[in-house]
Write a protein that binds this ligand. Sequence first.
Ligand code: NAD
Length: 296
Amino acid sequence: MSRTVAFVGLGHMGGPMAANLAKAGHRVLGHDLAPSAVEAAAETGVQPVASAAGAVAAADVVLTMLPAGRHVLGLYDDVLAAARPGTLFVDCSTIDVADARAAHERAAAAGMRSLDAPVSGGVAGAEAGTLTFMAGGGETEFAEARPLLAVMGKKAVHCGGAGAGQAAKICNNMILGVSMIAVSEAFVLGEKLGLSHQALYDVAATASGQCWALSVNCPVPGPVPASPANRDYRPGFAAALMAKDLGLAADAAREGGVHAELGLHAAELYAAYAEQVGDSEDFSGIVRTIRNRSGE
Ligand code: NAD
């Protein structure tokens, strides 16, 4: 069934996601504060609309892909009154669990339905339509969004009620941040002990040290030719985004009184590293910081 979708936030992720919806035959009304993002989207079949409220007023479903919680809540405050009663709002941005729950509450108070549905898979996944969505909200809302999510991704998991998608996202990325640091420390220790990268990889990738940070996004060049380490750490998944996600996980851990000592430490290490490199380096480049600190 063809839907009319308002898509707000046409950046690195939202641009290709909106393009895939338009390519699949949906009517996509796009809006972004940046004129360059709107122009690029218009070339992919997205119809530009001058105001977010204008796009939302004409839509069955509203998708948002914005930088952070304050942008999502600000947008909801601006557009909820313009939407038709019962419109489904699906926020795909990565935001604080508390902000996600607040967004659900504001949508419900305005007579709308909503999901939080953050993604994993990065810009390459957004372009290829192979993202993984993790959704929080009602069963009915998830079932209604599913055909649209299936256009933009290869997998969608209903994780539970309001905020559960964001919770799954930050828990997953806390595993990833900690495991990337562990893999990087092991390679630097191996270097000190005279072990080649390939030898450590060949053992760990088929032993109990195996994980995505090692076998897909290997932080040293050589063993996994497609990993960012082989192209001077061009992203990939930028260090700044990992720092952002670990910051959200650390905040949630502190609020919940969880003794996530490695997660909190990983958040500090990535915050310091991202301050130096921002979004110019893949998060696996943290191996160079560890090596430098180790006097190599
Ligand atoms: P981006 O900065 O490229 O895009 C965000 C867009 O939102 C920008 O074009 C900006 O102009 C627009 N915007 C901001 N406020 C707006 C408003 N009020 N109204 C309309 N437009 C507005 O960011 P991105 O890389 O596309 O990331 C978007 C979200 O997806 C973030 O929450 C990020 O954490 C998450 N995410 C990103 C990746 C990735 O690899 N880039 C992967 C997974 C999740």
